[in-house]
Design a protein around this ligand. Structure first.
Ligand code: PEP
Ligand code: MG
Length: 338
């Protein structure tokens, strides 16, 4: 048990000293403490739409405030990324908005619902800003496709803050705003979005289904939902480059972040933040502690030149076998620091 605990709490440094921040994806506020115990260094994605499932009604400002405050307090000062409601698609919790759509994943979902039902959005933003005094709040917006959507969000936030000031309610001046990159359109607009927001997170679950045009929940084509497809790696590499060129930071919060085969190439692309389901954190930390960033960079260059998924998968498997030091040994030999 002690070994397990040590492995969860230890830092995630590669053997040649690159620090990677590992945070947690959660769906309920009570998971925040569990995430901390699993070794999370903050929350990388709180999927707030699950509040609708929890309450079975539209969560009030007070109910939301309470939930966001608890999550922020669980992580003393560490970045806590709370995503605004990502209703619709496969998350049809909001009973009165349940509508018939031919393509729900391409339909009325995420920020599209929030900007159409502005009062719902304003209530959520009020709760978020009121809770912001309890920690290091980062707000993330889902399914963003355009600068106009971001501009509208910024205008609404300005009005919400004015209103809170008039009511003499406190909020932090240090809230950071970010965009979830999960549509091809958004991946082409990083330079533009960088003028509007502070950070990015790559939602690989949706990004994969949209780049490959493969429904992520359709069992008939699950083979085609292929995480090793070369287009996925090229797309992520480009996104990371553009984000860094613009002096912003980026995290990965889709399931790819918890795939140990893929971890080295993501680090090789320059990713230093991953967010994943809490129970999977110790495993990914061990992979990181057992590898060298220098080797991962060479791996990433090679992957960018491959055209076939099978070749990519094989290269990643070879890297795992040959270049990642056995987990137990990795725990005993402390990594270099630089
Ligand atoms: C994603 O699309 O990768 C993501 C993190 O969002 P969700 O899985 O909640 O759609
Ligand atoms: Mg998504």
């Amino acid at each position: 048990f002690r070994e397990k605990e040590h492995s969860a709490k230890s830092e995630s440094l590669t053997r040649d000293g690159c620090r990677v921040l590992i945070s947690a994806n959660i769906e309920r506020e009570d998971e925040a403490v569990m995430a901390r115990d699993c070794g999370a260094q903050g929350i990388g994605l709180y999927r707030t739409e699950y509040l609708f499932a929890e309450y079975q009604h539209l969560p009030s400002e007070e109910e939301q405030y309470d939930s966001y405050r608890k999550v922020l307090k669980a992580f003393d000062g560490e970045a806590t990324i709370i995503r605004t409601f990502d209703l619709g698609g496969d998350k049809q919790f909001f009973r009165f908005r349940k509508i018939e759509e031919e393509n729900p994943f391409l339909g009325f979902r995420g920020i599209r619902i929030s900007l159409r039902h502005e009062q719902l959005f304003r209530t959520q933003l009020r709760a978020l800003y009121r809770a912001s005094v309890f920690g290091n709040l980062h707000v993330l917006f889902p399914m963003i496709n355009s600068c106009e959507e971001i501009q509208r969000i910024l205008d609404i936030i300005g009005e919400v803050k004015d209103q809170l000031r008039q009511e003499r309610m406190k909020y932090s001046d240090h809230v950071k705003l970010g965009v979830l990159i999960e549509t091809p359109a958004s991946s082409f607009l990083i330079d533009d979005f960088s003028r509007q927001v502070d950070f990015f997170s790559i939602g690989t679950n949706d990004l994969l289904q949209f780049i490959l045009a493969v429904d992520r929940n359709n069992p008939y084509i699950s083979d085609s939902y292929n995480v090793f497809h070369p287009a996925i790696f090229r797309s992520i590499s480009k996104i990371v480059d553009r984000v860094h060129q613009n002096g912003r930071w980026v995290s990965i919060c889709g399931e790819m972040a918890s795939n140990p085969l893929v971890t080295p190439v993501l680090l090789g692309f320059g990713i230093t933040r991953l967010s994943l389901s809490p129970p999977l954190i110790p495993r990914i930390k061990k992979v990181i502690r057992g590898m060298n960033l220098s080797g991962a960079r060479i791996l990433a260059d090679k992957i960018m030149r491959l055209s076939k998924s099978d070749e990519i998968r094989k290269l990643l498997e070879d890297f795992q076998r040959k270049c990642i030091i056995d987990r137990e040994v990795a725990d005993e030999v402390p990594p270099l620091r630089c």
